[in-house]
Write a protein that binds this ligand. Structure first.
Ligand SMILES: [Zn+2]
Length: 251
């Protein structure tokens, strides 16, 4: 317990120092870390691996510093479905729920790694729906290098899961890789179709915030009326859909 407290404080300090989480976001992640540890040691190890790998990859591979912190709301939207499934696992102790938890974590992991790698190194980014070239960093945009790195991340998660269970179950690794990758792609599809995007009246660039254009200072307009979600809602909904899918498939 004391060690868990100490590890969480260290992780929180690293996250905050590297602009990975906001103050409230760090506090929220700290609390989640404590509860997850109490529910299951293994699930805590997966969570910490996800966290440490993402922080490290962002630290070493991102060319520019993040311009915004992940907020407490973002932490909650990204972890709520996985957290709920872990509560079920803690109660019924069925391996299946730990696997579903890891699949959800794998999807978030893939998503984070794909955005860091794709956002910094992709030469061309395409909309996952229209396949037209879009600006880097725009939700719903996918790149080859980003998608491949995301898929690799799911494999790492699969291997960690397998190692922690001291048996190599290929089916479980495949499940974590496939569901993580599907979750990542699904997140992009939702981002492309339902997430709010704004177009600058002056230079025509498309971004996700409605503040003044960072390129020319022009005013922005909402592009489509039917696009109503923000990034947090997209993450939450795509995680919930993945969760429902996994519960239906894994019997
Ligand atoms: Zn502009």
């Amino acid at each position: 317990m004391l060690l868990n407290f100490f590890v969480n404080i260290m992780a929180g300090m690293i996250a905050y120092r590297h602009r990975f989480l906001s103050k409230k976001g760090t506090f929220m992640a700290f609390v989640i870390g404590i509860i997850v540890f109490q529910m299951s040691r293994k699930s805590y190890i997966y969570l910490m691996c996800f966290f440490m790998f993402t922080v490290m990859i962002e630290h070493f591979l991102a060319k520019t510093k993040r311009d915004s912190f992940r907020t407490a709301k973002q932490v909650i939207c990204n972890s709520l479905p996985a957290f709920l499934v872990l509560c079920v696992y803690a109660y019924v102790k069925q391996e299946k729920y730990l696997l579903i938890y890891t699949c959800l974590l794998s999807s978030s992991f893939a998503d984070s790694i794909a955005s860091v790698v794709g956002g910094n190194y992709a030469k061309r980014v395409y909309s996952v729906l229209s396949l037209q070239e879009v600006e880097r960093g725009l939700s719903g945009g996918v790149s080859l290098i980003g998608t491949v790195s995301g898929a690799c991340a799911t494999f790492v998660m699969g291997v960690i899961y397998s190692l922690s269970n001291q048996c190599t179950n290929i089916q479980q690794i495949i499940c974590i890789v496939v569901s993580g990758t599907i979750g990542m792609v699904f997140d992009s599809v939702l981002g492309a179709s339902l997430q709010k995007k704004y177009k600058c009246r002056v230079c025509g660039r498309v971004t996700e915030n409605n503040q003044q254009c960072q390129y020319c200072g022009g005013e922005k307009l909402l592009i489509h009326k039917y696009q109503f979600m923000n990034n947090n809602e997209v993450n939450l909904i795509s995680n919930i859909i993945l969760l429902i899918l996994l519960i239906c498939i894994l019997k």
